[in-house]
Design a protein around this ligand. Structure first.
Ligand SMILES: [Zn+2]
Ligand SMILES: [Zn+2]
Length: 469
């Protein structure tokens, strides 16, 4: 069993402010967590628990029984109250406390107290209840663990923040692999960037026009783990933009994920690749999607986009969604090419694809129908109740590659801040024909996905992502 933790920059800031104060006393807080249970991690093939911080509730002064710089003890009445809230809201309740001057590890007193809280949690909320615990020392988060029962504890491997600044705190010492292939990149982006690339699990949904240039770049940037999702096979009409694909692949109808995997393995750079050739909503993709630290959305399908749109907010997994629209229009009797590339980052704090009017819910419903009931779909198409697939859209490799690069640069910014502290851009549209970038906003309407924090970091719910069907 492995475990890790994700929180927003905001929640990490609140925990630091509450627990690490200048008076050198120990402090404690309750933390509400959403939970993601993964039966089989795509790389380790082991079960995995991922925790997402939902809320931080400081232990109030009147609850504290005794405190100094080496210990804190408080009444557990509120813990019991919070257990019923956690059960009602489908959450887990855990604690965070500080050792102002160290040590950087849990004490034997912590072990005894936490085992008791884990017992309370399971007595109240059943055997599936877990009790996470975080430890701060000298102003930093230094350790974390999850009690899966009163006598079994799993250490967290790492904690990461999302938001405009993606930080990862490693708890277990990882050996640093120095690779000559990444030396020049290290000169530009630093050793920390290379290390994080090797560690992260990156999903690429769609291995077509915009996905294939990404799948060329990420392994050469040191990506250690890549999952590729695409049900389609190579067609002759893809060969103008699909890196690595050959005429023979199109003749033999080779799956796009197979071409991408073959090309990455041919590089010989040690990237581990897992491929999924079914639609991302299918059960066989679920654990893999939930295991990712970052996903690039390179799909044209509206229903797939809607699914990723929810996944980003439910599981705190940033999604960088990519789009390209080429249109040939008439202006003053002259035909012109309008070319818009877009990279949109989906995570709490940023507006979602629905609010940005990027996904078309009607088109998504038609795609769902075509997938689940092809006969009914064809019947409606013949009666013109559905719009059908329409004409193929124009595509040129230079633009598909540029828009993939825009997305990679957004990733670099959030890991390295090369554009400065405020350089992260949630939604960027590049008008290639005008040689200009724009940052369109979103409509300001109440949205159940991005505008309310109820589902942010909620994790597993029935049905998956609260989607019907
Ligand atoms: Zn302690
Ligand atoms: Zn929204």
């Amino acid at each position: 069993m492995r475990a890790d933790l994700t929180f927003s920059e905001l929640h990490l800031g609140v925990l630091r402010a509450e627990l690490c104060r200048s008076d050198d006393q120990e402090y404690a807080a309750y933390v509400l967590f959403g939970l993601s249970r993964i039966q089989e991690d795509p790389f380790s093939r082991q079960p995995r628990l991922r925790l997402m911080v939902k809320d931080v509730l400081p232990v109030a002064e009147e609850e504290i029984k005794s405190v100094d710089h080496q210990h804190i003890s408080w009444s557990t009445n509120r813990f019991v109250d919070l257990l019923s809230r956690a059960e009602r809201e489908g959450l887990q309740i855990g604690i965070a406390h500080s050792h102002p001057r160290g040590p950087n590890y849990f004490s034997s007193q912590d072990d005894r107290n936490e085992a008791e809280l884990a017992r309370l949690a399971q007595n109240r909320n059943g055997e599936t209840a877990i009790m996470p615990s975080l430890l701060f020392a000298n102003g930093e988060l230094v350790a974390g663990r999850v009690w899966t029962s009163p006598d079994n504890v799993v250490d967290l491997e790492y904690a990461r923040t999302i938001g405009s600044n993606w930080q990862t705190i490693f708890f277990a010492a990882e050996h640093n692999v120095v690779s000559p292939t990444l030396a020049r990149q290290e000169l530009a982006l630093g050793a920390g960037f290379n290390r994080l690339m090797g560690h992260m699990r990156i999903g690429v949904v769609g291995a077509g026009g915009t996905g294939s240039p990404l799948l060329q770049q990420l392994p050469r940037m040191g990506a250690g783990h890549i999952c590729i999702f695409d049900p389609d096979h190579v067609e002759h009409s893809n060969l103008n933009r699909l890196y690595g694909a050959t005429w023979d692949d199109a003749e033999r109808k080779v799956k796009k994920v197979e071409v991408a995997k073959r090309e990455i393995e041919r590089m010989g750079l040690g990237t581990q690749v897992r491929t999924y050739d079914s639609w991302i909503g299918s059960a066989e993709c679920r654990d893999a999607l939930k295991s990712m630290d970052l996903i690039f959305g390179c799909t044209d399908d509206h229903d797939g986009r809607l699914l990723l749109n929810r996944l980003a907010y439910y599981y705190l997994i940033p999604v960088i969604d990519i789009g390209l629209a080429l249109r040939v229009t008439e202006r003053f009797g002259i035909s012109c090419l309008e070319a818009d590339g877009r990279a949109t980052v989906l995570e709490p704090g940023s507006s979602c694809l629905v609010c940005r009017r990027i996904v078309d819910a009607g088109a998504a419903a038609e795609e769902a129908l075509r997938r689940t009931d092809p006969e009914e779909y064809e019947r409606r198409k013949s009666e013109a109740y559905v719009r059908g697939e329409g004409n193929p859209s124009p595509a040129v490799i230079s633009f598909t590659t540029s828009v993939a690069t825009m997305a990679v640069e957004e990733m670099i910014q959030r890991m390295n801040r090369f554009r400065g502290e405020d350089g992260s851009i949630a939604n960027r549209v590049r008008k290639f024909n005008l040689v200009e970038d724009f940052r369109p906003g979103a409509r300001q309407e109440p949205c159940r996905i991005c505008a309310s924090d109820r589902i942010h970091g909620l994790g597993d719910v029935q049905p998956f992502l609260g989607r019907a069907g």
